[in-house]
Design a protein around this ligand. Structure first.
Ligand code: SER
Length: 317
């Protein structure tokens, strides 16, 4: 029997592409997309869609009952930069939505949960190079705190109640279909758009800020792979380290210049610099690679080629 899936936060950067991929795998009518509004009309019109507030337990529960949902992907969240502007809202959304979904799974209403964590669980005291799976996590952002605490609760619900919850610590995700919203790694998406539109970009991170990143196709593959893996292979029930590439604004700019020689980058760091400085430069994801055969495909060069090709089509027809 095919799985019946609910995606909460389907109109976001990752939710948009995850919805498409899960519909390819499970069938359009077996994947209900939901978000707080209908801001992405192409997604809304592409298959079953409901308006759903991730903070409303009864609404999520009713949606799961009415549609016989067995698996929930909880993609709604306030990210790192927005979270610093609205700390209580970030705490409220990020934590309560997780509790709602975990409690539905504890009650037996749903069988399986995907919940994303982030490199934001790490902080200035974390070893910055090849950050191990098990290490110091003293995050300094509200977003990072919600993800760290969320990880603890995921593991707790697995250990105490047998909830099959699976999670990965996404690095910065780069994609061309939907814009990211309110993250510190957003520069690495904006830069491609501006390269095509303006031929120049002002980075809000300094030129040597090295952060872990990943192309969307790899992030989606990681998400569907971990959910498809046999439960016995999932040794980490908090959240898996996940890595692909690390680069600085200068390095991504150079990869763009290789295709668009006149591209120009300047640097004007803002409050997001302090957030970036608190995160690792590279991640050791060997546990994910061993447990469920994770591997990535895109490096900086192939990602830049794909981003520029797709955005040229978008802006230049
Ligand atoms: N991309 C996220 C952010 O920058 C990290 O998970 O907030």
């Amino acid at each position: 029997m095919s799985s019946k899936i609910l995606i909460i936060g389907a109109c976001g950067q990752i939710g948009t592409e995850l919805t498409t991929k899960l519909r390819e795998i499970h069938g359009v009518n077996n994947v209900i997309a939901s978000d707080i509004n209908t801001r992405k009309l192409d997604l809304v019109n592409a298959g079953p869609f409901v308006i759903l507030d991730a903070k409303n337990f009864n609404a999520i529960k009713d949606c799961c009952i009415n549609n016989n949902i067995d698996t929930v992907y909880l993609m709604a969240a306030l990210l790192s930069a927005t979270g610093e502007k609205y700390p209580m809202e970030a705490w409220d959304l990020n934590m309560n939505s997780l509790f709602h979904v975990l409690n539905l799974a504890k009650g037996g209403q749903i069988k399986k949960v995907f919940w994303p964590s982030s490199i934001a669980v790490f902080g200035p005291t974390t070893p910055s190079l090849n950050t191990p799976q098990h290490t110091i996590c003293e995050p300094t952002t509200v977003y990072g705190i919600t993800k760290q605490v969320g990880e603890r609760w995921c593991e707790y619900y697995y250990n105490k109640y047998g909830v099959d919850v699976r999670s990965i610590r996404y690095p910065g995700i780069i994609s061309y279909k939907a814009m990211p919203g309110g993250g510190t790694t957003d520069y690495a998406v904006e830069i491609y758009h501006q390269a095509i539109k303006e031929g120049k970009y002002t980075s809000f991170l300094s030129k040597n800020t090295n952060l872990p990143m990943m192309f969307m196709d790899d992030a989606i593959k990681a998400t569907t792979d971990i959910m498809a893996a046999p439960a016995k292979n999932i040794s980490i029930r908090s959240s898996y380290n996940l890595a692909a590439i690390s680069f600085t604004p200068e390095e991504i700019a150079n990869s763009i210049k290789a295709e668009i020689p006149e591209f120009n980058i300047s640097y004007k760091p803002d409050f997001r610099q302090a957030i970036a400085d608190s995160w690792p430069a590279s991640i050791d994801d060997s546990v994910a690679r061993n447990d469920w055969n994770w591997s990535h495909e895109f490096d900086l060069k192939t990602m830049t080629a794909e981003m520029l090709t797709q955005l040229r089509k978008k802006y230049n027809g």
